[in-house]
Write a protein that binds this ligand. Structure first.
Ligand SMILES: [Zn+2]
Length: 458
């Protein structure tokens, strides 16, 4: 059944909560805006769902048939070549006209880690193969060693249909390694990162990138169903529908994972325990998926990581903790790890529960997010908003909350300040994977943000 990119307007908080609670709409949670007559949100939904909404009094604006438009967009993915090209022939994202396919992302990583960059880069083979037996790599960029080097961990390609996140991280790595090696500036729009600044990043910090966390899903989205989001875990026995394949990796982390226990039953949380949920199945247990295990393994292996950014699309937002409820800094005992509050979390407009955040962490998180937003604005004037992950809609089991929660669950672990970036405008056709000419501009914007972040954070 076709799936449409739409904007939905509902009259009040409950109407908007019902989009998730009752109608199971795939809402783009950070696009909620106050408009005359209530709230409006950007979403994807099928024709049956849209008819039900209209009958119930919502107003729906349709933009496009996402599956049909996505089919055309798949022509903007480079074909997987049968001949295995050498790493040295890897695609340069800055001059590419099409999305890198899943093989090319790995080739590009291998090329970045090879001579003449091998004195300051290292390929990191990930320990867990995917369900379709793909093995992938992360990359470390950093010259020198020592316990005082801050680690930065940038993740991309978690959600299958958000194709451009892998291209962004490959571009970031290609730009920074080339500039470092040749002692040159990086110029992006009106943003200039001097050779000396690049040198300070590579000589004094460790950058870890994992650009393609979900290669099975990304490949499936690029070649079959463009709107695919999950990984490709085989469907449980007895389930034959194609939507019963896969787990939403960004609902699979060990943070309030068992959401029915931790959240208020009335919370509009878009998580599901049904393996046949097309988008947000949380998996059979926390960290059940090989792809999730790889992301966590990187944090375990590299205890100098103090910053984590998970790159997603879309809505032009930079999001900081928390995602499960509204932040508060007055009551430290009202926290995710306090069972007293089980069953009370995840309602935005109540006082029963709000999540504690250390006020100094919050100040720092916002300051660094603002530095990224400024660096994005310097490319072509787009304004990315800085806000808390929790909007009207909460989440559980997501990477950013998990990464930031680790030091609270276990004080022997380092504190990891964490973010999700949602690149790209809701007004782009096929916003999860825009035309590559538009994607190129977004690649510059987020590359600029990551470079500015590395400079601003210490
Ligand atoms: Zn995503």
């Amino acid at each position: 059944m076709p799936r449409y990119h739409v904007k939905i307007t509902g009259q009040d908080y409950d109407a908007m909560a019902d989009l998730v609670r009752q109608y199971r709409i795939n809402v783009n949670t950070h696009t909620v805006e106050k408009v005359a007559g209530g709230y409006r949100v950007d979403a994807h939904a099928n024709a049956v769902q849209l008819r039900r909404l209209e009958t119930a009094g919502y107003s729906v604006e349709r933009y496009e048939d996402a599956d049909a438009a996505g089919k055309k967009r798949q022509l903007e993915v480079r074909k997987v070549s049968k001949k295995v090209s050498r790493a040295a022939e890897a695609v340069q994202v800055a001059t590419a006209g099409q999305y890198l396919n899943v093989v090319e992302v790995e080739q590009a990583l291998a090329a970045i880690a090879a001579s003449p960059n091998d004195s300051f880069t290292r390929l990191i083979p990930l320990p867990n193969k995917t369900w379709e037996k793909r093995s992938g790599n992360a990359l470390k960029i950093g010259k020198g060693s020592g316990a005082n080097r801050s680690g930065f961990y940038f993740l991309g390609g978690v959600h299958a249909r958000e194709w451009g996140s892998s291209d962004i991280l490959i571009n970031f790595a290609q730009q920074i390694t080339q500039a470092y090696r040749t002692n040159t500036d990086i110029i992006l729009g009106s943003q200039k990162f001097t050779a000396a600044q690049i040198k300070s990043i590579v000589n004094e910090r460790d950058i870890y990138i994992l650009p393609q966390a979900n290669p099975d899903g990304r490949n499936y989205s690029m070649t079959k169903e463009s709107m695919w989001r999950k990984n490709r875990r085989p469907a449980p026995t007895g389930h034959t529908q194609s939507k019963c394949v896969g787990v939403d990796l960004n609902r699979n982390y060990d943070f309030l994972w068992d959401f029915t226990r931790y959240f208020d039953p009335d919370s509009p949380i878009a998580n599901s325990k049904d393996p046949c949920d097309h988008d947000v199945y949380i998996g059979p247990k926390a960290v059940s998926e090989p792809e999730t295990k790889n992301v966590v393994w990187m944090l375990e292996q590299n205890p100098n990581i103090h910053y984590f950014i998970d790159i997603h699309s879309y809505s032009e937002d930079i999001l900081y903790a928390w995602g499960n409820d509204v932040d508060q800094s007055s009551n430290p005992t009202m926290a995710f790890n306090n069972p007293t509050f089980d069953g009370k979390r995840g309602i935005a407009n109540d006082a029963a529960y709000k999540e504690y955040i250390d006020p100094a962490d919050k100040t720092k998180a916002v300051t660094l997010a603002n530095a990224m937003s400024e660096a994005i604005r310097g490319i072509r004037g787009r304004v990315y908003s800085v806000s808390q992950s929790m909007s009207l809609y909460p989440t559980a089991g997501s990477s950013d909350d998990y990464a930031y929660s680790r030091h609270i669950v276990d004080p022997s672990k380092p504190k990891v300040l964490s973010y999700t970036i949602e690149w790209g405008s809701a007004n782009n056709p096929t916003p999860f994977h825009p035309a590559y000419s538009e994607m190129q501009k977004i690649i510059q914007e987020i590359t600029s943000a990551l470079l500015a972040f590395c400079l601003a954070a210490t």
